[in-house]
Write a protein that binds this ligand. Structure first.
Ligand code: 2RA
Length: 374
């Protein structure tokens, strides 16, 4: 039977639980820790874990550009990055080693160093009195951890117990357009394909694309280290590893994370994730089915009011969202809005967004901004 609602292993979780109405019992110590975590210093000492990675660097820039009231900034990374200096507000901040004791005195830690680092160090940071915003998949589906896109479910930040999860980039960008439509018309299911940039895999994948282009242009044999096939002048219908169902882990994040973020346990998503030879910004082509009748005009009217979203939709002038122009933008963009000819109450759209920003660093900083309001 098809599972309803997102799950943690061995335990079904209802929407009411997601909303924090039925939570695991809290003992006195845990309550004291929660209260401590909710009294956020208004000029917090912030740590960035994974500071030298692509997302870490964007986190530093985003804190500065959004004038986040950083009291002090500590940059943490693995031993091999120790001593590197990164710029923040015109001064150099030297990277320190991520150790078990690194979180003493830190109020808020933004993690983007992979799931295994998060699993090891985020609980230690919480024990040290720090609130963690985690960009990995380690805690996203944990019932005790809110999973937040501020434009969709900012209020979920209120029930955190020390860790708040940032969603997968493709999910976050899709929901920026899908959620306002769901709120207005009631979305039950989507069919989608993603077009994911190589920077989603990391610096080595960017280097692989550049190297392969150079090899091809100069007639040398193509070499490969990161992807199972040549990515230059090609597209790969695989992002992440395959599950027994034939979907990849990345593809199922849309349904599982979408259910939790939208508080919509019945949401269904059939997705094909595709890696494309684009440097930066992911795009998603979506066909969505709604409870209520929907037209391109009624959808456009909703999307034009949606926070963090720009409508770029003038096909006659060849205007639609392009990943090239979404790079470095905080807002996502939606276009190609049209009634779906194969679904009842269906709508097709194309949404594009910078996955290092809305899909990672910006979303994490927006969550931090919500924490300051508690
Ligand atoms: C990717 N979802 O693009 C990843 C990045 N978080 O592969």
């Amino acid at each position: 039977m098809r599972q309803r609602g997102w799950q943690r292993p061995g335990k079904k979780v209802s929407c009411a639980q997601l909303l924090g109405e039925v939570r695991p019992p809290i003992d006195t110590w845990e309550l004291a820790v929660m209260i401590g975590h909710h009294l956020m210093n208004q000029t917090p000492h912030i740590a960035i874990v994974g500071a030298t990675g692509a997302v870490g660097i964007e986190m530093i820039k985003t804190l500065e550009q959004r004038r986040f009231p950083v009291g002090q900034l500590t940059l943490l990374a693995s031993a091999r990055s120790v001593g590197k200096a990164l710029q923040f507000k015109g001064t150099e901040v030297t990277v320190k080693e991520l150790t078990k004791g690194a979180f003493a005195g830190i109020d808020l830690a933004l993690f983007s160093a992979g799931g295994s680092i998060s699993k090891e160090f985020a609980p230690l940071a919480v024990q040290a009195g720090c609130v963690v915003v985690d960009n990995s998949s380690a805690f996203r589906m944990d019932a005790a951890v809110p999973l937040v896109v501020p434009e969709v479910n900012a209020a979920d930040v209120q029930w955190h117990r020390g860790i708040i999860a940032n969603p997968n980039c493709t999910t976050a960008i899709t929901l920026m357009a899908l959620y306002p439509l769901h709120a207005a018309f009631g979305c039950q299911r989507i069919f989608a394909s993603s077009y994911q940039a190589v920077s989603g895999t990391g610096a080595k994948a960017i280097a692989e694309l550049e190297r392969q282009v150079d090899e091809i242009v100069h007639g040398r044999p193509v070499t490969r280290e990161v992807y199972p096939h040549q990515i230059a002048f090609n597209v790969l219908p695989q992002v992440d590893s395959f599950l027994p169902t034939g979907y990849t882990k990345e593809e199922m994040k849309m349904e599982n994370e979408g259910r939790k973020i939208m508080h919509h346990p019945g949401f269904r998503a059939s997705v094909t994730c595709v890696r494309v030879p684009v440097y930066r910004a992911h795009s998603i082509a979506v066909s969505a089915e709604f409870d209520k009748p929907i037209t391109a005009a009624s959808a456009r009217a909703v999307l034009e009011q949606a926070p963090g979203l720009k409508v770029v939709d003038n096909p006659a002038q060849a205007q639609y969202p392009l990943p090239l122009y979404q790079t470095g933008q905080y807002n996502c963009a939606v276009g190609r809005i049209r009634q779906d000819c194969a679904l009842d109450n269906g709508l097709c759209f194309w949404v594009s967004g910078d996955q290092l920003l809305k899909g990672a660093a910006l979303n994490a900083v927006q969550i931090a901004e919500e924490l300051l309001k508690l």
